[in-house]
Ligand binder design. Structure first.
Ligand SMILES: Cc1cc2nc3c(=O)[nH]c(=O)nc-3n(C[C@H](O)[C@H](O)[C@H](O)COP(=O)(O)O)c2cc1C
Length: 326
């Protein structure tokens, strides 16, 4: 049996990728993911805010103007380089020690740093780069066009600036999800990752304060991802990586049947530990054996909406069928 898949020009021994998260911030964590059988890993994102925070923390005793004869600018650059180098050292060492693809991840807010960080990641030797584009339309004066234009400008510029394959990881907040994802896929992307999961906010009623909602996904969250993977897989011009709500081997198989090329997992590894990757791989192999499949491409996308099939019709008819049966 062969579980390998082609993803962004890389050959993965299986479609299971450990998604970007704290477990993937050290060489040790990355190597464990490989040891337990992951097909690839996405390193914890470098967040521009974190770098800016480091700069502020290290220069808090200085005025932005010259204080001790040393320029603020000079120290800030030094701190930024130092903070970034810690991330790049992880990539360099992981690449030296590991066989499976190592995918870098960045999350910036200034246009310039999207480009600078992407280039630095490429130079550090990552096999591909995932752009964690968690740009949400929070502001009432921000229209659909503004968000979409921002995405497109960043991607076009990065594509010109670096040569490693680029995946873009998007959230669920798009007005015209199907059409826009198709347009993104025409921009020469290596892959689209569906979906990022924003940090949710809850309210503590005793303290009357906002607090962080649970960070981990629940198995129920698979259905939204499954829907969009099935709708888009045969309509976009690049592979899809499914992320959000995959907690079991069955979940992995469902995403592949819906048309995902790879499946990213995070929350289930926080709950069960990194050895659970082995269970996911074994479960996929067992299902393939039971269904007489030798290769993943024999069943991948079997349940996706066809390239010229109307998705709305497909989902509407499913809806009516379901309610007619009740
Ligand atoms: C603790 C934690 C840290 C995360 N950090 C990142 C990150 O740095 N970059 C990123 O793109 N996604 C990050 N994510 C999101 C995951 O990569 C993933 O998209 C999300 O958790 C949904 O997948 P899941 O249902 O398998 O957890 C993080 C998730 C968790 C739980």
């Amino acid at each position: 049996m062969n579980t390998s898949v082609e993803y962004m020009g890389l050959t993965l021994k299986n479609p299971i990728i450990v998604g970007s998260c704290g477990l993937m911030s050290t060489v040790d964590g990355l190597m464990q993911a490989e040891q337990y059988g992951a097909g690839a890993v996405v390193v914890k994102s470098v967040f521009e805010e974190q770098i800016i925070y480091d700069i502020k923390r290290n220069t808090k005793f200085m005025a932005p103007t010259d204080h001790y004869g040393v320029s603020y600018e000079y120290i800030a650059q030094h701190v930024e380089a130092d903070s970034l180098n810690k991330h790049f050292d992880v990539i360099r060492e992981a690449k030296r020690k590991m066989q499976i693809p190592v995918i870098g991840s960045i999350n910036c807010y200034s246009f310039e740093n999207w480009l600078t960080y992407a280039k630095r990641f490429e130079d550090a030797g990552c096999d591909a780069l995932e752009l964690n584009m968690a740009i949400l339309p929070y502001e009432t004066n921000m229209g659909t066009d503004d968000v979409e234009r921002l995405f497109q400008n960043i991607m076009t510029a990065i594509r010109k600036y670096v040569s490693v394959p680029i995946a873009v990881k998007v959230g669920v907040h798009f007005t015209n999800m199907a059409q826009y994802m198709q347009q993104l896929s025409w921009m020469g992307l290596g892959a689209i990752t569906l979906f990022n999961r924003p940090i949710n906010i809850d309210i503590d009623l005793d303290k009357e304060q906002t607090v962080m909602a649970p960070r981990l996904s629940t198995p129920d969250e698979i259905y939204n991802t499954l829907r969009w993977v099935a709708i888009l897989a045969k309509k976009v011009r690049c592979p899809l990586s499914a992320s959000s709500g995959v907690h079991t081997p069955d979940g992995v198989v469902k995403m592949l049947l819906a048309g995902a090329t790879t499946v990213q997992v995070v929350s289930c590894l926080y709950k069960n530990g990194l050895p659970y990757i082995t269970e996911l791989v074994k479960g996929l192999e067992q299902w393939m054996t039971e269904h007489n499949y030798e290769r993943v491409d024999q069943f991948r996308g079997k349940l996706a909406v066809g390239p010229s099939e109307e998705s709305s019709l497909f989902f509407r008819s499913q809806f009516m069928k379901h309610f007619a049966e009740i």
